[in-house]
Ligand binder design. Structure first.
Ligand SMILES: [Zn+2]
Length: 321
């Protein structure tokens, strides 16, 4: 049974070799010159990319995927291991953290299009050329999660819940902005909302201001909520946070019995809701926290990137970058 793990720098050559063989098996429509140019691009970016690998018992990569900002940039399976459900396994893992995952497939790749259709992706548009302007039409896809019963049971349905999610995430983004503006802290904001819509706690990163390594936005919000409720259990609550929770915060959510976490940007370095660790999905816990990742991810991610760019004296990225 292959296991999933994040990539390491020493995986680069093996991953590129896997990519090369997979592309030669499935992308016969590429012109030879373009094929070389694409390989050069891949050699330049794949070694730095935070990949998720499916590896065998000898730690040899059999398949890999790359997700950035809720978008599946790449998913390739070793052609010698096709048909064993590896692509499906990786994609299901991705969808746990990114239920609205998007991706692009070459219009001339019917197997890939059929695979994503089976996995619940819907076409959202087309481009006549690929991302580098080469003449390979793309089909843009987005995963459409199957409708599910509204957890709050208030009859609002998915649309109502989505509206509430966006509203609370905007609130969390405003808190993140305060972290940066008023405290010069990393802009991450969090708000904990009870099932009846009442705010129980909110906060932003205060590590520097409070000399407290545990003062992540999520912990600040959970502490306030516990004090307000007079209870360390926060059952039925939803946490909205602008960055995928780390391992510490993910475990605090499990301990507090929080029902659901909605996060904006994913964190390929320390994210514990599927990006690096998958603590909330681990069946060994006796409490499961539902995850919805990627809501307003671009906005939250841009704010974080610009915070770090400003720290390094680099020019800020404009909206939509
Ligand atoms: Zn954290």
């Amino acid at each position: 049974m292959p296991t999933l793990r994040p990539s390491r720098p020493q995986d680069a050559e093996r991953v590129i070799d896997l990519w090369r063989r997979a592309v030669d098996a499935t992308h016969g429509f590429l012109d030879a010159g373009d094929r070389q140019a694409i390989e050069a691009d891949v050699r330049a970016c794949l070694p730095q990319a935070p990949l998720v690998l499916a590896v065998d018992a000898q730690d040899v990569p059999l398949a890999f995927m790359w997700i950035a900002e809720g978008h599946l940039e790449a998913l390739f399976v070793d052609p010698d291991h096709h048909g064993r459900g590896l692509g499906r396994r990786l994609l299901k893992h991705a969808l746990r953290g990114h239920p609205r995952l998007s991706t692009d497939v070459n219009a001339q790749n019917p197997q890939a299009r059929a695979f994503y259709a089976r996995m619940g992706f819907e076409e959202t548009g087309r481009s006549p050329v690929d991302g580098q302007g080469r003449p390979y039409p793309l089909v843009h896809l987005r995963h459409a999660p199957a409708p599910r019963a509204d957890a709050a049971g208030d009859g609002a349905g998915d649309d109502g819940r989505r509206e509430a999610d966006v509203r609370w995430m905007r609130h969390a983004l405003a808190l993140a902005e305060r972290a940066q503006r008023e405290f010069d802290e990393i802009p991450v904001g969090a708000v904990l909302v009870a099932a009846d819509g009442q705010v129980l706690g909110e906060g932003w990163n205060l590590n520097i201001a409070q000399h407290d390594p545990s003062a992540h936005a999520e912990i600040v919000a959970l502490r306030e909520a516990g004090a307000r409720r007079g209870n360390h259990r926060l059952s039925g609550c939803t946490l909205y946070v602008t960055l995928e929770p780390c391992a510490m915060c993910a475990m605090a959510l499990v301990h507090a019995r929080v029902a659901r976490v909605v996060y904006a940007a994913s964190d390929p370095k320390t994210g514990a809701c599927g990006s690096v660790f998958d603590l909330l999905g681990d069946p060994r816990h006796n409490h499961r926290v539902a995850i919805d990742g990627g809501l307003l991810a671009q906005e939250a991610g841009l704010r974080l990137r610009n915070y770090f760019r400003a720290k390094r004296g680099r020019p800020l990225l404009p909206d939509g970058a």
